[in-house]
Structure formats: C-alpha cells, structure tokens
Design a protein. Sequence first.
Length: 141
Amino acid sequence: MTGNAPHSIALSTAGPRDPRYVLELAEGFAEIVRCLNHITRDHASLEYPAEADRLVREIASGVSRLPQLLGQIDAWLEAEDAAERIEVPSGQYRGNPLLAVVAARLGLDAASVAAARLQEALDAVARVTSDLAAREDGTDE
C-alpha cells in the first residue's frame, strides 16, 4: 500500500473477522503514520495551536488502544501454542515453539507497557497544548 496512490479501507468494528481484513487494517495503521510523518513536515499542515492539540490527543487516543490489541495478540499466541499449532522451522528458536511463544509474549507485554507510558506522555503534552492559542495580532508582547 505504500506510495502516493490513495487507498481507502472500510473501517468497521463489526466486520469481517478474517485475517485479510485484520492485516489490511494493520497495514493501513502503518500507512497512516507514514502519511502523517510526511505531511506534517510541512509547517502549513497545521495552522493553529488547537490543531496541534487535537493531533496530539488523537494520537494519544490511538496509542491508548494499543495495550488491548497487543494483549489480544498475546492471548491468540497463547491459545495457538496450547493447541500445539505453532512450530518454528528456522531462526533463533528453531524447534522450540514454547520458548519462541514465551519470548514473543514477553515482548508484547513490554510493548504494552511502553504504549501505556507513551500515552501518559502524550496526555501530559495535551495538558499543555490545550492551553495554547494563536496570537491574533501576530506581534510580540
């Protein structure tokens, strides 16, 4: 999906429960961040402090949802491992799916903690940006 071609994704919490849609959403998430990174390099992408505040708050809102998502991936890995549906044909954990799943789950837990810290930091930023306003006359005091 990368590139400059427009792409649309139908967003629905109700629909479809299938791996293709889940991965399409994940790819869209990554692409949205990439687009924001490119667009916000231009100073004109935001005009007023209230827009910066809203951007920070929207990012914080998305980040606040990451621990749940990471936890659900963790639970999926745990269930698949318990059902013995995971194997590791190569790599560091070759032949040891239990250890591989434990390592992945520990990493997901660490990522969840990091996401919670990131949200706290963004919330602190928003407490500041919510008090910012543009000067009407554009002069220094």
